[in-house]
Design a protein around this ligand. Structure first.
Ligand SMILES: Cc1ncc(COP(=O)(O)O)c(C=O)c1O
Length: 411
């Protein structure tokens, strides 16, 4: 058995083959490269039952990942993330409870660990010593952590108003971090322009081929957790779209292996109404998106005015008969409060956006009551601002001031 069954890289726009044994960024056509595998051989040599018997987590999928051998694996303990049913939170009458895949349990508290574990492992296998990234926060935190683990230097460029905790965790994990007075696309330009001068490798979303391979494990994992079936609908908070494209790619690979059958889940790209380029392009029937002006939203992870993989995201939505939907920031905040208070699950604003979108889609008749729905919470809610607590109690006069609970009625 080979460790990895990866064979080559393929241009997502032209299909042109690229060598997988060299360090690669974008394709010759300037588009994202996708890793391809010898699925026919893997189908003969591995069964899904063998996968089920391995320890859970990202590396159980090693044949479907590009890392050539175990020596280069850079790991911080990438667990299988749980599926949590929202049994208590409001849902329209007759609807089955949606399920949250809670990616906040991963190292560095977000799904970015999946992509950066792979990208750093691959960069390490090619002898890269310096890496740089434009980041809304979580990707930078994951890059800093995995780069530290691999003994690489990391440089992170964040928009000014990136959540404080992200900036601090990046710095504490040994990376160099700057606040930039612009958005993520401006940060991306800085990374690209410093490449020659500072000799760093560009780890931007989809500008290297391996982050998407890590993110694809969300889809592989979902299939094995659901006993090799897939949900009917998946709501995904979409910024650069790596996770959405990655899952779609992963399911196609599982189908080619004969490990899953039937239609793909309908993919739903969730954005904020303050930055919704994919929703606008989807609704207009366009094949690519135009950049969003004056992007703003409290869900910083999905504040991406222009995504390099826009054309693949749109293709994934259409081919799976899915759709794109935007929600207001006020609805995101309400959703976050509701799920925390009623189901005890602390979502990130991006995760809360998927729940708000689910409610809106259900009300609009875009999903059916019996649909098995999975919502992605891509980061731990603990990373984001929470309401301050102002109530105080004075030990000298306990239970005298302020609001108190009503006594329980006698049994
Ligand atoms: C919490 C969170 N959700 C969603 C996203 C968007 O992810 P993707 O780039 O896969 O669309 C991000 C990206 O920064 C994020 O941090």
């Amino acid at each position: 058995m080979r460790y990895s069954y990866a064979t080559h890289l393929e241009c997502s726009a032209t299909g042109e083959r690229h060598d997988i044994t060299h360090l690669q960024g974008l394709s010759a056509a300037g588009k994202p490269l996708l890793a391809r595998y010898d699925l026919a051989a893997l189908r003969r040599e591995l069964t899904r039952a063998e996968i089920d018997q391995r320890p859970a987590g990202l590396w159980r999928w090693r044949e479907l990942l590009p890392v050539p051998d175990a020596r280069h694996v850079t790991s911080l303990g990438e667990v299988e993330t749980p599926l949590v049913e929202l049994t208590n939170s409001t849902r329209p009458a007759g609807f089955v409870p949606p399920i949250v895949k809670d990616e906040g349990r991963l190292p560095t508290g977000s799904f970015k660990a999946r992509g950066l574990a792979l990208a750093v492992s691959m960069a390490r296998s090619f002898g890269v010593r310096r890496v740089a990234i434009p980041t809304n926060g979580n990707a930078g935190a994951a890059l800093a952590a995995y780069a530290a683990r691999a003994g690489m230097e990391a440089f992170c460029f964040c928009p000014d108003d990136t959540p404080e905790i992200n900036l601090s965790e990046i710095a504490l994990q040994g990376a160099t971090v700057w606040r930039v007075n612009g958005l993520i696309n401006d940060c991306a330009r800085l990374v690209a322009s410093g490449k020659e001068r500072f000799g760093w490798f560009d780890m931007s979303t989809l500008k290297e081929p391996y982050r998407i391979e890590g993110k694809k494990t969300m889809g592989l994992e979902l299939a094995s957790q659901m006993r090799w079936t897939l949900p009917d609908v998946v709501f995904y908070p979409t910024g650069g779209g790596t996770g959405l494209i990655g899952m779609w790619k992963g399911w196609q690979e599982l189908a080619a292996l004969g490990w899953i059958e039937g239609p793909m889940p309908r993919l739903v790209a969730v954005q904020s109404s303050g930055c919704a380029p994919i929703v606008r392009a989807f609704d207009a029937g366009a094949e690519s998106a135009t950049p969003w002006e004056n992007a703003h939203t409290i869900a910083s992870g999905i504040r991406v005015p222009a995504a390099i993989g826009d054309f693949i995201i749109l293709r994934a939505l259409r081919e799976t008969r899915g759709f794109a939907i935007a929600v207001e920031d006020a609805d995101i905040e309400r959703a976050r409060r509701e799920v925390a208070a009623q189901d005890g699950l602390l979502l990130s604003p991006e995760g809360a956006a998927t729940y708000a979108a689910y409610l809106a889609a259900a009300r609009a008749g875009k999903i059916a009551p019996s649909d098995r729905v999975v919502l992605f919470n891509c980061a731990s809610g603990l990373k984001y601002p929470m309401p301050p607590v102002t109530a105080r109690m004075d030990l000298r006069r306990p239970f005298e001031d302020g609001p108190l609970p009503q006594p329980l009625p006698r049994a």
